[in-house]
Design a protein around this ligand. Sequence first.
Ligand code: ADP
Ligand code: MG
Length: 159
Amino acid sequence: TPFPIILVGRVQRGFGRGGKDLGCPTANLPDESIIPMSSIANTGVYYGYAQVVTPSGDSTPMHPRDNGVLPMVMSLGWNPFYKNEKLTAEIHIMHEFDKDFYGFEMRAVVLGYIRPELDYTSREALIDDIEFDKQVALNCLERPEYRKYAQDPHFDLRC
Ligand code: ADP
Ligand code: MG
């Protein structure tokens, strides 16, 4: 897979399960934003950087530090645990936001693959794996060669 993969789109409403059910909110990208990635990449869990940009052309990112570019884990898949019928791309940004950002533009640079999509016999097993994925992502992003992608011109760096 040719990394980095660039993604952009307005955050969509999903079924509201990530945050409530799994303790891990995931910002869902619209279908058309997924196509460039799904046509070349396998389903599974990925890591990289993401940025939430405030609406109405205002370039001020949600989070002032580092232009609001933050580590993320992303799931590209059919969510077999929930028997979804369509492919989704969902990004969990590793930051505590004080409010939701539905409708805001989200930009992401996907840098690597963590694991394929797995099915789980319990919600707890899925939650454990998500926690492990976050640790893997943070460890991978420690590599100095990756840091430069936080400054990628794909992100809004005007702040
Ligand atoms: P949905 O099914 O609508 O995607 P989730 O429970 O997955 O519902 O929650 C996702 C929403 O939570 C995002 O669209 C965003 O507005 C908000 N959110 C708050 N904090 C985060 C975060 N750290 N990462 C991703 N989304 C977050
Ligand atoms: Mg979600």
